[in-house]
Design a binder for this molecule. Structure first.
Ligand SMILES: Cc1cc2nc3c(=O)[nH]c(=O)nc-3n(C[C@H](O)[C@H](O)[C@H](O)COP(=O)(O)OP(=O)(O)OC[C@H]3O[C@@H](n4cnc5c(N)ncnc54)[C@H](O)[C@@H]3O)c2cc1C
Length: 408
């Protein structure tokens, strides 16, 4: 058997969170290895020019101001793409499709340049991955982790090419179905929403007005997120949709032909942006909320979707993951300056304590929203419509809700 590779900190998973963490840790001076199953060439490939709905990646994130600050600290924001490739949204319109309640958030009213930025996930990963390759991070791409091992005081993982890596601390950033979390035996609490999110890119007859549109209905929310900012060649007519529906309805919608789907979607969004003129290939993602009971154990920590995956209702999944990254970087910077090992048990306990509360609160809020809007009873309909109208007029509280969503 070949000798194990050694490092201080091993990060498994080069997605949105893992690449950011690995880069930040290397900047602090730790010896870091990043393992990613996908091939690095595909992750760093130049994207197609964005001229039709099929050239966008369907998975996008609404990056909060706080997430953007973290990326800026890593010298990865703005992204390396031309700025036109993503869209700052200046307004957010939320309304009840079955009632009269609505609420509108406006960047000017909140005294911020933008409420957040909609960006394709692959563009964020691309910039972070390129930065990791150019840094001191040792990047192993195109290889999978296949096992976790512990021998005496040593711990680490085995790769599918037979190599072993020994690390003081391993960070599992391997996504919602984290194998590492399962191998080390960290249990989760999970529940199935009996819903699927249909995700795709659409072109609409009218421009998106740099606005995130969200309509609630008893069968689930529909979000239209603006993709590109400029008006050249109607580029501000592209939006990404996340349409969460009960499973049977989602299956019916996914099976429609393009013409029928465009018409159903236009109706569902009440033609706020005119007709839907083009639609890309659709993905249907089963919605499951999952939360690890513990984020840490000796020698291992979970971050991002490996620790918690939430309903995409409020577009906060990546933002919660970036908050995990920020806190773990903060704890590990302190450990580095004090000469403590990265698997110091008090450090890991503090990381868990600092993150669990916020993640649980966000998950509970998403469940509350879903329950409130998932009922067609007149009393609940009255409550949510009155509540929305009241919040829309309650200046300071509304600003506080918006500041929370922006991560400020
Ligand atoms: C429909 C939908 C819409 C969403 N919309 C939003 C939104 O608007 N805003 C928002 O903030 N969030 C959103 N999210 C959530 C967001 O996409 C996730 O929270 C985020 O991608 C999680 O990042 P991550 O790095 O933790 O995991 P991932 O992005 O899943 O990355 C995991 C990485 O680990 C690698 N990997 C896995 N197993 C192994 C292995 N054994 N060996 C090596 N590598 C491995 C994978 O290849 C992958 O690159 C949405 C999610 C869904 C499903």
């Amino acid at each position: 058997m070949s000798a194990a590779l050694d490092c201080d900190i091993l990060v498994v998973g080069g997605g949105l969170t893992g690449t950011a963490l690995a880069l930040g840790l290397a900047k602090q001076g730790w010896q870091v290895i990043l393992v990613e199953a996908a091939d690095g060439n595909s992750l760093t490939a130049t994207p197609e020019p964005a001229t039709s709905v099929d050239e966008f990646e369907p998975r996008v994130s609404a990056l909060s101001i706080a997430s953007q600050r973290l990326l800026a600290d890593l010298e990865c924001w703005p992204l390396r793409e031309a700025p036109q490739r993503y869209c700052d949204y200046l307004r957010m319109c939320v309304w009840d499709g079955d009632g009269t309640g609505s609420i509108e958030f406006d960047a000017g009213e909140m005294q911020v340049p933008a409420l957040g930025t909609i960006v394709e996930n692959r563009l964020v990963v691309r910039t972070l991955f390129q930065a990791a390759l150019a840094s001191n991070v040792r990047v192993l791409d195109g290889v999978r982790v296949t096992a976790w091992w512990e021998e005496g005081n040593s711990r680490g993982i085995t790769l599918d090419d037979g190599r072993r890596i020994r690390a003081s601390l391993t960070v599992a950033a391997d996504g919602a179905n984290s194998r590492l979390r399962q191998w080390v035996g960290l249990p989760t609490r999970e529940w199935d929403y009996q819903q699927q999110a249909i995700v795709c890119t659409v072109e609409t007859a009218q421009p998106h007005q740099a606005t995130a549109w969200q309509r609630f209905s008893p069968t689930g929310p529909l979000a239209l997120l603006p993709l590109l900012a400029d008006n050249d060649a109607r580029r501000d007519h592209f939006s990404s949709i996340v349409w969460s529906q009960d499973t049977l309805e989602a299956r019916r919608l996914a099976a429609l032909d393009d013409g029928e789907f465009k018409s159903a979607l236009g109706q569902a969004i009440e033609h706020r942006l005119g007709a839907v003129v083009a639609v890309s290939r659709r993905l249907a993602v089963p919605l499951r909320q999952r939360h690890a009971k513990d984020y840490v154990r000796p020698g291992l920590a979970l971050i991002g979707d490996a620790a918690h995956s939430i309903h995409p209702l409020a577009g906060q999944g990546a933002n919660l993951g970036y908050s995990d990254v920020r806190v773990l970087l903060d704890e590990l910077a302190q450990a580095f300056s004090k000469g403590l090992p990265p698997d110091d048990s008090l450090l890991l306990a503090r990381y868990q304590r600092r993150r669990k509360g916020e993640n649980l609160a966000m998950m509970a809020a998403m469940d509350g929203f879903k329950a409130l809007f998932g009922q067609d009873e007149p009393a609940l309909r009255w409550l949510r419509n009155t509540g929305m109208r009241w919040l829309d007029g309650a200046g300071p509280l509304k600003r506080r809700v918006a500041a929370e969503a922006m991560g400020l």
